[in-house]
Design a protein around this ligand. Structure first.
Ligand code: ADP
Ligand code: MG
Length: 275
């Protein structure tokens, strides 16, 4: 699904990512560990084009998204992102937070489809054939909003927060905010979700409910890249664990091998300090 080839990123001449190579397959759960400042967040931000890579390629569903010429917005909508600090819109209700992006994009799609359909109809009429019926051009914006709302409510029910649909994020606990942020990214129906330390800002008693939801997504087959300090999660849920240090992937292995038999001295040192 994602192939990262010789990815490099530098800020003002300082190399923060140095030749990152990794392949992420459909259904993979990749846990990313590493000390602070090793480039984990920069790596995720390059994956979803929040940062422009300095060099290398990121092939996502067959297209090099590191190539400036591609329309990154088309690809970014297939990649969800969950941040340490939730990043919910404070001035929107929980329901609005979830609906905003999918509703906007569906309306854009509808506009485009209507334009295209008209063009195709014209073209076909010109050719004397009218066989192509590409989109239901009679779909209304109201129907799109209704459908999007139903899907958002369904997701809220799934995490038991449907009674919070109309409140503002500030009234939620940290764990609730992060679970809303996760289903907000799910509402886009992404191919992959990137998590950047999703539990690091939470009070300890709220970490469990967020990890539980992430485990559920993993069981459902979602492809996930998770920067985390939760060793239990990495061990139990990840299909592969990678260790980043100094802008490089220093070790990549299935969890058992990664934790039981680390090869890199830097990883051995890192694990001895946290386990
Ligand atoms: P991690 O997430 O592993 O803690 P980061 O990816 O946030 O690491 O940062 C890696 C390095 O890149 C750090 O030295 C950080 O200071 C630097 N860095 C990150 N973002 C920027 C930026 N926008 N401008 C300059 N330096 C940055
Ligand atoms: Mg970080």
């Amino acid at each position: 699904m994602i192939e990262v080839i010789n990815l490099r990123k530098s800020f003002d001449g300082t190399d923060v990512l140095k030749d990152i190579n990794i392949t992420i397959n459909k259904g993979d759960i990749v846990a990313v560990l590493g000390p602070s400042g090793s480039g984990k967040s920069t790596f995720l931000r390059c994956l979803n084009c929040m940062e422009d890579p300095t060099g290398g390629s990121i092939i996502f569903n067959g297209v090099d998204i590191a190539d400036m010429k591609v329309d990154i917005n088309v690809h970014r909508r297939h990649m969800g992102m969950v941040f340490q600090h939730f990043n919910l819109f404070q001035n929107k209700t929980v329901l609005q937070n979830i609906m905003l992006a999918p509703a906007y994009l569906k309306c854009q799609d509808l506009k485009k489809a209507k334009r295209k359909n008209r063009m195709i109809r014209l073209k076909n009429a010109f050719r004397g054939a009218d066989k192509l019926e590409l989109v239901p051009v009679d779909t209304t914006k109201e129907e799109i909003m209704k459908e999007t709302k139903e899907q958002a409510m369904e997701l809220l029910r799934r995490i038991g927060l449907d009674d919070k649909a109309d409140v503002y994020p500030s009234t939620l606990s940290g764990g609730q905010k992060q679970r809303v942020a996760i289903i907000r990214s799910l509402a886009m129906n992404p191919d992959v979700i990137l998590f950047d330390e999703p539990t690091s800002a939470l009070d300890p008693e709220m970490v469990g409910e967020v990890l539980e939801l992430m485990k559920e997504l993993a069981r459902d087959g979602m492809t996930m890249v998770v920067v985390t300090h939760e060793m239990g999660f990495a061990r139990e849920v990840a299909s592969r664990v990678i260790f980043m240090d100094d802008g490089q992937i220093k070790e990549e292995a299935p969890p058992e091998e990664f934790f039981e038999n680390p090869k890199e001295p830097r990883l051995q040192d890192f694990l001895s300090k946290i386990l």
